[in-house]
Design a protein around this ligand. Structure first.
Ligand SMILES: [Zn+2]
Length: 137
């Protein structure tokens, strides 16, 4: 059995011994919501920061979360107010789902994408890095 200390040393070692190029990853760094609850509301403090980072319109992200969580939401400046107490890490789990569906390119895994409206409610994800187009369902 390892003690916590041993485990941390082990992890430290693993990281120190990684070759430089492996630690400098080009993968997209998943943003995280910072939030707190107030009465029956949940308030995401860094909603604008996260929306900007994933380059999606705040209203678009808000609408998605409202639908996914079945809760009324309101964009208030840089914050998003959800009219319900949302427990634990549900919000960040939903954010990850959102990013993998609406942001990250399915071909090259980069986040440099746009959403294109095709009409009739159809959308596609267009990648600026590799040019891939993926329908969004
Ligand atoms: Zn791509």
């Amino acid at each position: 059995m390892f003690s916590d200390d041993d485990y941390e040393k082990l992890i430290d070692n693993v990281y120190t011994n990684l070759p430089e190029k492996l630690t400098k990853t080009e993968r997209f760094e998943m943003p995280k919501f910072e939030f707190f609850t107030e009465g029956n509301k949940t308030i995401i403090k860094n909603f604008k920061v996260v929306s900007d980072k994933i380059r999606r319109d705040q209203q678009f992200v808000a609408k998605h979360f409202s639908k996914e969580l079945a809760v009324p939401v309101e964009v208030a400046g840089d914050r998003l107010i959800l009219q319900r107490k949302i427990m634990g890490d549900m919000l960040n789990k939903k954010l990850e789902e959102f990013v993998s569906k609406f942001v990250v390119c399915k071909q090259c895994n980069r986040p440099d994408t746009n959403i294109q409206e095709l009409g009739h409610g159809l959308k596609q994800l267009m990648c600026e890095s590799c040019g891939a187009r993926t329908p969004i369902r």
